[in-house]
Write a protein that binds this ligand. Structure first.
Ligand SMILES: Nc1ncnc2c1ncn2[C@@H]1O[C@H](COP(=O)(O)OP(=O)(O)O)[C@@H](O)[C@H]1O
Ligand SMILES: [Mg+2]
Length: 504
């Protein structure tokens, strides 16, 4: 452990007792009911090694860290193991704070983002100018390359600039995402290595690693990806808004009212539709499960003459599926009609007003530009709705990760809160780790493993190991010898009683 922890960047003080080398234990039997219970069979001899002085942490030493001279021994806390303090539900703010240490990178990304958005918003403008020049030149009979060379060149520059700036912005966000991912994983790993052994007894390794891999990946990736999309969309919408205002205030106002309403409505419909589809799929899976259950135990079904009831069970699940599908079919009419018709309706309203404006002298190429802007408006609001859905999903993953990061280990191994700046835990143990001289004692210990709370392993156990003496802990397999050593090593905290590690 001593060698392992610094590897993840956090040298730490260890529990005061090291049990390396030959196993040691001492029994001064009279006080020990455990030993008496085993009929004095405990005889395994070993030596009490000289205890290493706990590794002090660099930097500021907490006053708690200094050995308490007045107290001859440190009593272990009698904290029930696994006193989980689940993390608060993560908010979007908490997720975003993951990116804060990279504020300078975010700033640089934002500069390129604004440049890219401006270039991209210029494209419809130059496109309409190019087309306008061609149409006007042709109708006036003076169309040459010179007529549309300038707007075309500007279009080319805007497209090239847009592509280059957008790619640099994207690259920044990839790096920001990777850094957030590393930071989150490091923080989680730091927290995991601090957890009490009871936590590892009761939590499946698969679950822990899935948080370390999938959940971390989802939260960190999603947050950087969506911040990218969100910022890009908002800036894009603002620049688009400026260009639209430049062309027509009335049209801009109407578009900014109709487009978001239509987009959000169709998104909502889409979600409802998806939820319905999932429900019907679930019903189908239920029906399959019923069939599988019956078919795989056909002899039992026959023995109890259960064929009719099994058939009825299968049919009733399928019936539920059919009703859901009928409901989905009705909903589909409303869904598709509205999602297909509403945007067209919105477009038609805008075109009607465009026609009206043209009658009052607005040049037709400007309308063309406006149509392109309408398109980007649609895409923009659609992206914002997606960002919302993605962030909600990322919050689910982040909740599981933050819960573990914020879990306080039970017992004596408590550390300071996370160092937000570097994503690592500060190397400072806040609980006393006095130098010990080798006197060990357990007194009045009641203990059961966190994984099997209902099964007491030690009851009212007291034993003492004086320093420098060869002592023995002997007993049948499963008698609790290793458990005693585990308590000395502070791998577990007793339910009652004290673990003493005297200084002298
Ligand atoms: N991590 C654990 N979780 C739950 N029960 C445990 C754990 N380790 C040991 N036990 C149980 O505690 C009892 C004492 O085990 P142990 O201290 O290993 O005995 P010994 O070292 O004397 O053979 C046994 O019944 C064992 O099954
Ligand atoms: Mg053992």
């Amino acid at each position: 452990m001593a060698a392992f922890l610094p590897e993840i960047g956090r040298p730490t003080a260890l529990p005061s007792v090291h049990c390396g080398g030959p196993c040691f234990a001492a029994l001064t039997a009279p006080r020990n009911r455990f030993a008496r219970g085993l009929g004095g069979q405990l005889r395994l001899a070993a030596t009490v090694p000289k205890f290493p002085v706990p590794v002090a942490t660099p930097g500021r030493r907490s006053s708690l860290f200094r050995p308490r001279r007045s107290a001859p021994s440190t009593e272990s806390r009698v904290t029930p193991p696994g006193d989980e303090e689940p993390g608060k539900k993560p908010t979007v703010g908490k997720l975003l704070r993951l990116l804060l240490p990279d504020a300078y990178l975010l700033g640089a990304a934002f500069v390129f983002l604004v440049l890219a958005a401006t270039m991209q918003a210029l494209m419809p403008h130059y496109l309409s100018q190019t087309l306008g020049a061609i149409i006007d030149g042709q109708s006036a009979g003076v169309l040459t390359y010179r007529t549309f060379r300038r707007p075309l060149l500007s279009l080319l520059l805007a497209s090239m600039g847009g592509a280059i700036f957008a790619s640099i912005r994207g690259a920044f966000f990839i790096v920001i995402g990777a850094r957030a991912s590393v930071r989150l994983r490091t923080r989680l790993m730091n927290s995991l290595t601090e957890q009490d052994i009871g936590f590892f007894d009761t939590t499946k390794t698969g679950e822990i690693t899935s948080r370390l891999t999938q959940d971390c990946q989802k939260s960190a990736d999603q947050v950087s990806y969506n911040v990218n999309i969100f910022a890009r969309t908002v800036v894009g919408l603002l620049v688009t808004l400026c260009f639209m205002l430049y062309y027509s205030r009335t049209l801009t106002f109407i578009s900014f009212v109709t487009v978001p309403v239509i987009v959000l409505l169709s998104k909502k419909y889409g979600e409802l539709m998806q939820a319905l589809s999932e429900k019907t799929q679930q019903k189908l899976a239920d029906a399959n499960a019923v069939a599988e259950e019956a078919l795989s135990s056909m002899s039992t079904v026959r023995s109890f003459a259960g064929e009719t009831s099994e058939k009825a069970r299968f049919a009733s699940t399928l019936d539920e599926y059919y009703h859901l599908e009928r409901h989905r079919a009705k909903f589909y009419i409303a869904y598709l009609t509205s999602t297909m018709a509403l945007p067209q309706l919105g477009n038609c309203v805008v075109f009607l007003i465009m026609g009206h404006l043209c009658m009052r002298g607005m040049p037709a190429p400007s309308l063309l530009a406006f149509v392109f802007y309408l398109n980007s408006l649609n895409d923009g609001f659609s992206s914002i709705a997606d960002v919302y859905t993605n962030i909600v999903q990322a919050l689910g993953s982040a909740a599981r990760v933050f819960e573990l990061i914020e879990r306080k280990p039970s017992g004596s191994l408590r550390v300071t809160p996370l160092d937000e700046e570097h994503g690592a835990q500060k190397a400072e143990v806040v609980v006393a780790r006095p130098a010990v001289a080798g006197h060990l004692a357990l007194s009045g210990i009641n203990f059961s493993y966190p994984a099997r709370k209902g099964r007491p392993i030690l009851r009212s156990l007291s034993l003492e190991c004086p320093p420098g003496k060869v002592t023995a802990l002997v007993g049948p397999s499963g008698g609790g010898k290793s458990t005693c050593i585990g308590l000395f090593k502070r791998l577990y905290e007793p339910d009652a009683g004290t673990v003493d590690q005297a200084e002298s």
